[in-house]
Write a protein that binds this ligand. Structure first.
Ligand code: TYD
Ligand code: MG
Length: 468
């Protein structure tokens, strides 16, 4: 029964939008039948506000900034190099990390490996699972070759019980798999409803901050890539990591989309093997491993992901348009950026791409957002259009301006030395890139896209307005 102290509101399971009345379609995200009743109960204890007399009953005690001791706040590394890289060195005490990803992508696998790592390096880990039985966890652990005394499995999603457990045993890490199966006894509604997910995550965050124990949660994502149900969840946690992969390949990419304690541009690369996720120490070699040499429409770009250069294959397919208007499709690359490059190629190189469909794909499931990939994408498109392969052993990095000019890229020396290390013969760069030190021997410079095409694709290109 709803008492006067309880307030009823209606919340969308999809986007978290709250309305005072029930509606069949959410007014914000337009999802149908996603709105459910949620009853907020008055808090049953804990913090009380200052009374009229000004007494700070039960209120958290303020502490001077200069008295806060952070010496004990060292990060705990998991020992999994690619995970630690994305976390910024390991788990920060008292922080909450959300590991999001499609079902079956490998979240539980990664967290079990991470739990075993922390258990061997730091101390006891509690692995709470509301998704699987203890037996299932044991079977996975056997497959991963994990036998850790200090790894404790609790088959529950009850966050209040977990709070007590953490308080009592002060583990080095608490894993909650998954937030969709976590539930808080103070909230109405079954596990997975918006209120439960949000409240459970908030309660776990509170446990982490109070006890200093880092907490990591897994969360499923919906078809369109958002963390399932509540977008709001992302605000409740300190770090959001996304585990991604393309179907049919064993490559798994771990990326931070939010990190209060480090950079978000770091990329972790794993390979799913028969015995769990394996760090990929040489991602460039892996991204290029399936490349078909001598094929037209294939270029190699060097991009900087976080602190390291990565070399990837850019594929383009240009075919005559059959429909009324040409189609442009991308996978792993920004569509608006492709439109811009097509306009520049059409105008500055006089290639009539207006009557061709263009498809661009970044091999290996990587998503590239750096403008430095422009040159490789443009070269791949031109190479496919002409059906002439780019010179073997060439890679390219450069931003393309609307005038067809090549603009200098950041960290050119690191890109050049990476391609040199990988055994490439040439690294095509914009004229403005200087100070390349030992890599100078592999560098070829171009001032314009037309120049770059002439250098990298062995075919005469008509003189154009962009020539200098
Ligand atoms: P899982 O970690 O259960 O995914 P999630 O928790 O994200 O739903 O991983 C499931 C998939 O990973 C499953 O298809 C089997 C595969 N897998 C391997 O290929 N090797 C392994 O060692 C393990 C444990 C799983
Ligand atoms: Mg799982």
């Amino acid at each position: 029964m709803i008492t006067r102290a309880q307030k009823t509101s209606y919340t969308c399971n999809n986007c978290g939008h709250t309305t005072p009345k029930w509606v069949g379609q959410c007014t914000r995200c337009e999802a149908w039948n996603s709105v459910e009743e949620s009853v907020a109960k008055p808090p049953t204890g804990g913090t009380r506000r200052a009374g009229p007399t000004g007494q700070l009953a039960n209120l958290a005690r303020p502490i001077s900034l200069s008295d806060i001791d952070i010496t004990a706040r060292d990060r705990s590394p998991s020992g999994i190099a690619e995970l630690d890289r994305v976390l910024g060195g390991g788990f920060v005490p008292g922080s909450t990390v959300l590991l999001a990803g499609d079902p079956g992508i490998g979240k539980s696998t990664l967290l079990l490996q991470c739990a075993a790592g922390i258990a061997s390096l730091t101390g006891t880990v509690i692995y709470a699972t509301g998704e699987e039985s203890q037996d299932q966890i044991k079977i996975r652990a056997e497959r991963l070759g994990i036998a850790q005394e200090r790894l404790l499995v609790v088959p529950t999603g009850d966050v209040v019980a977990l709070g007590v457990l953490v308080e009592e045993s002060k583990p080095a890490l608490l894993v909650v798999d998954s937030v969709q199966t976590a539930w808080h006894s103070g909230i109405d509604g079954g596990p997975g409803t918006i209120g439960q997910v949000r409240q459970s995550a908030a309660a776990l965050g509170e446990i982490a901050r109070r006890t200093g124990v880092p907490v990591v949660l897994t969360g499923h994502v919906t078809k369109d890539g958002a963390v399932a149900g509540p977008k709001v969840l992302e605000h409740v946690v300190d770090v959001v990591l996304q585990l991604e992969g393309t179907t049919g390949t064993a490559i798994r990419l771990l990326r931070g989309s939010k990190n209060r304690h480090g950079a978000t541009d770091e990329l972790g690369v794993f390979e799913m093997t028969g015995t769990g996720l394996r760090d990929v120490a040489e991602p460039s070699a892996m991204f290029l491993s399936q490349r078909q040499k001598g094929a037209s429409g294939s270029a190699v770009a060097t991009v900087i992901e976080g602190t390291r250069p990565l070399t990837v294959e850019v594929q383009a397919l240009v075919t005559p348009t059959q429909a009324a208007s040409p189609r442009r499709t991308t996978n792993g690359y920004d569509l608006a950026r492709l439109h811009l490059l097509i306009a520049v190629i059409s105008k500055r190189l006089n290639f009539p791409l207006g009557s061709n469909d263009v498809v661009v794909n970044i091999a290996g499931g990587l998503k590239i957002s750096e403008p430095a990939a422009d040159l490789a994408v443009a070269l791949a498109v031109v190479s496919s259009f002409l059906d002439v392969p780019i010179r073997e052993g060439w890679s390219a990095s450069g931003e393309i301006g609307l005038g067809g000019e090549l603009r200098a890229v950041q960290q050119a020396a690191r890109r050049a030395s990476e391609v040199q290390r990988l055994g490439f013969e040439k690294c095509l760069l914009p004229s403005g890139c200087n100070g390349l030190g030992e890599s100078e021997s592999v560098v070829v410079r171009s001032g314009t896209l037309a120049d770059a095409v002439r250098a990298a694709i062995p075919l005469p290109v008509p003189n154009t307005s962009a020539d200098r």
